[in-house]
Ligand binder design. Structure first.
Ligand code: GRF
Length: 193
């Protein structure tokens, strides 16, 4: 893979896209966000990408019904046509099949709102509160076939405070996510050969 290609990043989103914005705005970036793909037509993050002059695509999983691989083949084709080197998941709410994960192995990265291996899956803030944890955090990791369990590339942590609710905790953690994701992505882009 050429140096130019391995720096070309596609960000996959499903919703508001605040992590996409953080990846776009990061100053030290050793990567280029060249494409944003949403599986949901109304995702707020699409507008963020457009405003930054980044190409956007909607690949609506609903069109493919139960055929997850067909949906992923459409994404894979779009990524390869554009010489994408790294795929960064940022609030992308579809579990990827082994087909897609294997084809992008080592070049597929995600941010998850917990201190993995704690709390893979959803409702991480509520689960940390219900468990009485004193600390919470977020993790950037490589994506493997098992959900939220690939190699950890970076973590940021914060204290859980009295009075925290899942929403309050999520909002505070989001700031940390935005600081953590860009340098982790830059390191991955730098390390790929
Ligand atoms: C973030 O909390 C991220 O960790 C999780 O989904 C949320 C996406 O938020 N995977 P946004 O769309 O980046 O604002």
């Amino acid at each position: 893979m050429s140096k130019a290609i391995r720096k070309r990043v596609a960000v996959l989103i499903s919703g508001r896209g605040s992590n996409l914005r953080a990846l776009l705005e990061a100053k030290q970036a050793g990567y280029e966000v060249a494409l944003a793909i949403s599986n949901r037509p109304g995702a707020g993050g699409l507008e963020i990408a457009r405003a930054a002059g980044v190409e956007t695509l909607v690949i609506d999983h609903k069109i493919y019904g139960e055929d997850r691989e067909a949906f992923e083949r459409a994404m894979d084709a779009a990524l390869r046509e554009r010489d994408i080197g790294i795929v960064a998941l940022a609030g992308f709410m579809r579990v990827l099949t082994p087909y897609f994960v294997r084809s992008w192995q080592g070049r597929l990265i995600n941010i998850h709102p917990s201190l993995l291996p704690k709390y893979p899956g959803i409702d991480t803030h509520a689960r940390a509160l219900a468990a009485g944890d004193s600390m919470h955090g977020c993790t950037v990791h490589l994506v493997t076939e098992e959900v939220d369990s690939g190699e950890i590339l970076g973590q940021a942590r914060l204290a859980i405070l009295p009075g925290d609710t899942p929403a309050i905790l999520a909002a505070r953690l989001l700031e940390l996510e935005h600081a953590l994701y860009p340098p982790c992505l830059a390191r991955l882009a730098f390390s790929l050969r």
